[in-house]
Design a binder for this molecule. Structure first.
Ligand code: SF4
Length: 377
């Protein structure tokens, strides 16, 4: 792992009060395959807790269901099963919920309307939700305009877009990618939410400006006590920013725990694979290729452990039964039969014909499958 300030990554928040919870969230998207109806098992029985004032990262490759999970938490799509709890109670109706939980989308180039100014983008949620008396319609007179302008200026200052008056007058095409994402974050902050769901907020940005946006999220947590869900495919940035990491594979959470522990001592073979793929200038040897291959087809997900067609340690039981989450250390759990049975990788008996040191050939269940709602990169 590289370029990681340990002190930030080690700030775990296990004792903080949960503010947002996903309980057994499941999303199946119906799709057509020729004349037949099929179902994409995008998210399966995910339970996740966001502690108050904490940053929780959901990490996984494309198609793992992490963006679908974020959209369910934002109430943009309805779960097939399971529930979302806010402060331990059923989530309120959409508009009241949106005052507390806001989503920042991945692509700042398409999430802002090119024909409207920055001021318009920030004033609109203020007016719709009546923040600090800002209202749509006839009340939007000179006095109201002045207060709206000061609210917009305040929002731009909070995301470090200064001089705010100049940025307020700009249009999206006049901004860099990083500045657009800051506007998108400011728009989410307009309704004074307690929880920010950031869906791959830096993956569309140049590497050179990603750090600035990540630091902005960290500052918002520090200064304003925001609770943040950070969705990413980049486990190194998750460690940089988050207290807790939950790793998703094929729609399921397969490992979770304090960020430093999950990245320093990954327990699940898939997390180990993810980490081996992260660039590391200190690594002398090229990463092992064991476990590489394609994600599974989520129309017909593999039975048992969904990682078993790619896992170098897969045993017979892995192909038959879904592994339970087993605690491997305090607050650190892994859904793997190795841990459920107290085995080490060396003690596993790989499936007949499997070579743990090489790539497996994708079986009939393997192969990339589309997941509606997941961005393509
Ligand atoms: Fe899944 Fe089995 Fe591999 Fe664990 S050992 S990741 S349960 S296939």
């Amino acid at each position: 792992m590289t370029v990681i300030p340990i002190e930030r990554a080690e700030r775990a928040a296990p004792s903080r009060r949960p503010v947002l919870e996903a309980r057994g969230l499941t999303k199946h998207f119906p799709v057509r395959r020729g004349a037949r109806q099929a179902v994409v098992h995008a998210v399966e029985d995910v339970t996740l807790t966001l502690p108050d004032g904490g940053i929780t990262a959901v990490v996984g490759e494309s198609g793992s269901g992490k963006s679908t999970l974020a959209r369910m938490l934002a109430q943009l799509i309805k779960p097939t099963a399971g529930s979302v709890l806010l402060d331990g109670e059923a989530a309120p109706a959409r508009k009241r919920y949106a005052r507390q939980v806001q989503l920042v989308l991945q692509d700042p180039f398409s999430s802002l309307n090119p024909v409207h100014s920055v001021r318009y983008h920030l004033a609109r949620p203020l007016q719709i939700h009546g923040v600090n008396g800002a209202r749509k319609g006839p009340g939007n007179g000179p006095g109201n305009r002045q207060s709206l302008d000061s609210l917009v200026t305040d929002l731009l200052t909070r995301v470090s877009l200064t001089p705010a008056e100049q940025f307020a007058a700009k249009y999206p095409h006049e901004l860099s990618g990083g500045q657009r994402q800051r506007v998108a974050i400011a728009r989410a902050l307009a309704v004074q939410p307690r929880i920010l769901l950031a869906d791959e907020p830096v993956s569309m940005l140049d590497v050179s400006i990603r750090l600035g946006v990540l630091n902005l999220l960290a500052d918002l947590r520090e200064r304003e006590g925001l609770t943040i869900l950070y969705v990413t495919h980049d486990i190194a940035s998750a460690r940089y920013l988050a207290d807790v990491i939950a790793v998703m594979y094929a729609g399921q959470v397969i490992e979770s725990g304090p960020a430093a522990r999950v990245t320093d001592e990954p327990a699940h073979p898939y997390t180990q694979l993810l980490l081996s793929a992260a660039p590391d200038p200190d690594r002398a040897q090229p990463p092992s290729l064991a476990g590489r291959g394609a994600p599974p087809n989520l129309i017909r997900p593999p039975t048992g452990c969904r990682f078993h067609p790619r896992c170098p340690h897969a045993m017979q039981v892995c192909a038959q039964d879904r592994p339970p989450a087993a605690e491997v250390a305090l607050g650190h759990s892994s859904a793997c039969w190795l841990h459920a049975q107290g085995l080490t990788p060396a003690q596993s008996r790989p499936l007949l014909g499997a070579d743990p040191n090489t790539d497996r050939k994708p079986g009939p269940d393997a192969g990339p499958g589309p997941v509606p709602g997941e961005e393509k990169r």
